[in-house]
Design a protein around this ligand. Structure first.
Ligand SMILES: [Zn+2]
Length: 227
């Protein structure tokens, strides 16, 4: 299902300026565009000192354990409010996304999760299509980089490393329970099971485990190895 995408067009023009893409700027996400994007990512991984040794064969970084020390080992030190940041990529999402009603052009995420995040979003688009994504409000982006402590906690949030994004925060709140099959029932979070699977496939964990077999905070899609 090849459809024109303005974000692909913008990506192609960036890749062309970098000298990595020689094809036409047609807005179609074909093999030439993918190859150019991969080569651009690889160059960025190499230019990020300290990260290269962590990049696995398929180009994804390893998934850290939840403890801050592990996240720092893979991604470097977390950002500090008003102070140092983290090495960020400007990911151009493969479909239009909105931050509280305003169209976003890029997602500022950690450079090392640009590839898995882009691939997960692209795979969702390929598998399910834009209407499905919009219908499940997965185009409603609620942030990535935010140097702060985890909600109600003293440890740093995954957002301090820019390794997590929040999607459809309104229907997938921290205290709203989630269970596969219960989406759409009153009082339950709505994050679709298919999206959870696609994000997992690309290294992301969605939400946190509750006791009793449910999950919570299903807006939170994080490149961390937690259950
Ligand atoms: Zn979050």
């Amino acid at each position: 299902m090849a459809t024109y995408s303005h974000s692909v067009y913008l990506q192609q023009s960036t890749l062309k300026k970098e000298g990595r893409y020689k094809g036409v700027l047609d807005g179609f996400d074909g093999p030439k565009t993918r190859a150019a994007f991969k080569s651009s990512l690889n160059a960025r991984f190499k230019s990020h000192p300290g990260s290269v040794r962590f990049v696995t064969a398929d180009g994804y970084p390893p998934r850290p354990a939840p403890a801050a020390a592990w996240k720092t080992k893979v991604f470097g030190r977390p950002g500090v409010k008003g102070g140092r940041g983290v090495p960020q990529a400007k990911l151009i999402p493969p479909f239009p996304m909105y931050y509280f009603g305003k169209r976003i052009r890029t997602i500022g995420c950690h450079q090392l999760i640009e590839a898995p995040l882009y691939n997960a979003l692209s795979e969702l688009l390929r598998l399910k299509g834009l209407a499905w994504i919009k219908g499940h409000r997965l185009d409603q982006y609620a942030g990535c980089y935010n140097p702060r402590n985890s909600r109600g906690g003293t440890s740093k949030s995954d957002h301090s490393w820019a390794i997590a994004i929040d999607l459809d925060a309104e229907h997938n709140g921290n205290h709203t329970p989630w269970k596969a099959g219960n989406q759409g029932k009153p009082g339950w979070a709505t994050m679709p099971t298919e999206a959870v699977k696609v994000f997992r496939k690309h290294g992301f964990q969605v939400g946190f485990k509750n006791s009793g077999g449910t999950r919570r905070d299903m807006m939170h899609i994080s490149y961390v190895n937690r259950t």
